[in-house]
Design a protein around this ligand. Structure first.
Ligand SMILES: *[C@@H]1O[C@H](CO)[C@@H](O)[C@H](O)[C@H]1NC(C)=O
Length: 290
């Protein structure tokens, strides 16, 4: 009896250890993965690295970036956006390289006055050139709970997902002369800042500083990606077989994207003939998804 109790509790301890290891490797730790880049005390890593909160007041916003650079991968982050009157604020989660001709893959969350919907703004920059915006309203309240925002970046395409539902696919159209981000390593960035000159209803609705500080929360960052630089354990060859490295959109995914784009998309650069009066960008004509 005594012995079996002992061995049971031992088995339990082993089981607990294993599940902790799995959770830790999935969730990551903000102390290990990120550096605070601005805002000082406004950015806080909490609960032993499990949570990170950013805040914004009239003096400054705040932000962080990954310690590592990556070349291709799958990047997941859970976010809970600024509650209440978030007009004028912008919360971000994006990948970017540095320098002239940089590449960037963006999720930006444009706040709104109470009761009005956030706008999810996505963009892709290749060799310093963006102008590929798609915007969405959400099918849930992004301030009430955490939701998962994901960027998959491989050689064939970039996929934006929300709670694992693909909302946008930007295919590699290099064959048609459209530059695609593929040779510059990128870091992960996140920030909360004031953009009331343009963010909300075209800049008409300003930040209400009597409601400051504004706070957004991040957790469960996970990069399943090719780390670049010293101490990098994961290499391209190791990652060649990872699901993300060839991930595309199957029939079910195409149905979901169609649903999102039909019901929830509020802006698509490929439909903006006024803006591109001299002709839409090449990728707009090459495929339904861009
Ligand atoms: C804010 O709400 C208005 C009215 O519903 C909507 O048109 C707009 O897209 C929303 N988002 C932003 C960022 O202005």
């Amino acid at each position: 009896m005594g012995l079996s109790r002992y061995s049971n509790s031992n088995a339990l301890a082993v089981a607990l250890t294993i599940s902790c290891v799995i959770v830790a490797s999935y969730a990551g730790n903000f102390h290990d993965d990120m550096d605070i880049t601005f805002g000082g005390e406004r950015a806080k890593i909490l609960n032993g690295g499990q949570d990170l909160s950013l805040s914004l007041n009239q003096y400054s916003g705040s932000g962080f970036q990954s310690k590592h650079e990556y070349l291709f991968g799958r990047f997941d982050m859970q976010l809970r956006l600024v509650k209440g009157n978030s007009a004028g604020t912008v919360t971000t989660f994006y990948l970017s390289s540095k320098g002239a001709g940089h590449n960037e893959i963006d999720f930006e969350f444009l706040g709104n006055s109470s009761g009005n919907p956030y706008t999810i703004h996505t963009n892709v920059y290749s060799q310093g050139k963006g102008d590929k915006e798609q915007q969405f309203h959400l099918w849930f309240d992004p301030t009430a709970a955490f939701h998962t925002y994901t960027i998959i970046w491989n050689k064939q395409r970039i996929i934006f997902l929300i709670d694992n539902i693909p909302v946008r696919v930007f295919n590699n159209h290099e064959a048609s002369g459209v530059p695609f981000p593929k040779s510059q390593p990128m870091r992960v960035y996140a920030s909360l800042w004031n953009a009331d000159d343009w963010a909300t209803q075209g800049g008409r609705v300003k930040t209400d500083w009597t409601k400051a500080p504004f706070t957004a929360s991040y957790r469960k960052f996970n990069a399943n990606a090719n780390k670049i630089g010293p101490n990098s354990k994961s290499t391209s060859s190791q990652n060649e077989n990872q699901a993300w490295s060839t991930q595309g959109i199957d029939a079910a995914g195409r149905n979901r994207i169609r649903w999102v784009q039909k019901k929830h998309m509020v802006y698509d650069y490929c439909s903006d003939k006024k803006r591109f009066a001299n002709g839409l960008p090449a990728e707009c004509k090459r495929s339904r998804f861009h």
